[in-house]
Write a protein that binds this ligand. Structure first.
Ligand code: TMP
Length: 401
């Protein structure tokens, strides 16, 4: 495999086996046409970048019916409100220009609709972009790349902030992304993005962060090294609770900003943890194998005790868990989810039926595998009855505080 940034040859250090596209929820009639790829991961030692070998074409993933809406989580709505307030306070003036890459249903940009900020969202998936438009959020239904910004002359060299959240790891051509940012940003403008953090994935063994859409898993060191290759530098980092541990990165043109001391301090911490070294990846690989064996054994025991198991939330992450741990309807009866595009379909690869959350309430199992472990606080607080009636939660990731 080749590093997607440096082009150097790298050897995959782990395979998770055959995987279908993580959001490829499908109907029964399409089972026979389902596609799989070998989900392998590698690590570029030059730029300390954890990355997938093969991945799905974003044009196919973000076709008409991309089944993910940011607003499906109350917690994420609050997070994006705080993110917007922070961006406004730190980096925007009253009439600044702002662009969001992968603006989804407009949850983040909605916070600017009543201001004088000249904002714009780019969202390639039609259904989600339509939802943003319904929310009165100015949205271009297209990928963010140098071709699609050509006619937006008023934003060229004048954009104060380009934002993204849980999007940049989905973009295979990071060079084109950086080139596009370079055209748009004002001299002192900043590019701010949040992504699940490699350090959190390693410490939680949350290997389900890896799927065809997450092409990269960033660390602070890798982000610094990537932008150092261009006319940009990493100027600040802020840890976030979202997605089980994420990092917010702030990047600006070289020598135009003071670099926050946090950046140096955190890079030293990463070095001490060997996050810049393949050693930490090999440790992670071992932990994934232990986690798989443990989960399969525990679920088998629960089943052998005659108990019923269901899944809670048909996340993209669940596709990795189910297929890596060889779980199907022999173990998990159904997965409930609140997303209308997923209900009535079957989970990719494992073919477990996706049902509405009301079905879960009417057919409480003994054990629910919480696939949306990153939303546990929100889900636990609305599903208190489940515990009261004797149910229990299960996950490969610790559900303790
Ligand atoms: P995510 O982990 O990628 O954010 O995906 C969240 C999925 O979980 C999405 O399909 C919606 C679903 N979900 C529920 O069904 N109920 C909930 O309470 C929450 C927070 C999410």
């Amino acid at each position: 495999m080749k590093c997607k940034i440096t082009n150097e040859e790298i050897k995959p250090f782990m395979s998770f086996g055959k995987m279908p596209p993580a959001n490829g929820f499908l109907e029964k009639k399409d089972f026979k046409n389902e596609t799989f790829y070998d989900m392998e991961v590698g690590f570029s030692e030059k730029i300390s970048l954890f990355q997938l070998n093969k991945f799905s074409n974003p044009k196919i993933i973000h076709s008409v019916n991309y089944p993910f809406y940011t607003a499906s989580s109350e917690y994420m709505k609050t997070h994006f409100k705080k993110y917007a307030d922070w961006v406004q306070k730190e980096y925007l003036k009253s009439h600044s220009k702002l662009i969001e890459v992968g603006s989804n249903d407009g949850t983040f940009l909605k916070n600017f609709t009543k201001t004088n900020i000249d904002y714009l969202g780019f969202e390639p998936s039609k259904t989600v972009a339509n939802q943003a438009t319904k929310n009165n959020v100015k949205t271009i239904n297209a990928f963010f790349n140098d071709t699609n910004i050509q006619n937006l002359k008023k934003f060229h060299n004048k954009t104060d902030v380009i934002c993204a959240a849980n999007v940049i790891a989905h973009i295979p051509d990071l060079k084109n992304l950086i080139h596009t940012i370079e055209k748009l940003l004002s001299l002192k403008g900043v590019f701010i993005f949040e992504e699940p953090y490699l350090g959190s994935m390693f410490s939680k063994t949350s290997y389900d962060q890896i799927y065809d859409e997450h092409i990269f898993m960033f660390s602070i060191t890798s982000v610094k090294k990537i932008f150092d290759l261009f006319d940009f530098e990493l100027i600040d980092v802020l840890w976030q609770k979202t997605h089980g541990g994420s990092m917010r990165y702030v990047v600006g043109r070289k020598n135009k900003h003071k670099i926050n001391d946090r950046v140096h301090e955190e890079i030293i911490k990463e070095k001490n943890r060997k996050l810049d070294d393949i050693i930490s990846c090999l440790e992670f690989k071992k932990n994934c194998e232990i986690s798989k064996t443990k989960a399969m054994k525990s679920l088998k025991k629960i089943k052998n005790d005659g108990k019923k198991i269901c899944g809670y939330a048909a996340t993209a992450k669940s596709t990795t868990v189910l297929n890596y741990c060889n779980l199907n309807t022999d173990t998990i009866d159904f997965i409930c989810d609140s997303t209308k595009e997923k209900i009535g379909k079957f989970s990719p690869g494992a073919h477990i039926p996706i049902v509405p959350v009301s079905h879960f309430h009417k057919n409480l199992p003994d054990v629910a595998y919480l696939f949306a472990w990153n939303h546990k606080d929100e889900i636990f607080s609305k599903e208190k009855e489940f515990l009261k009636k004797g149910g229990s939660w299960f996950s490969h990731v610790s559900l303790q505080k």
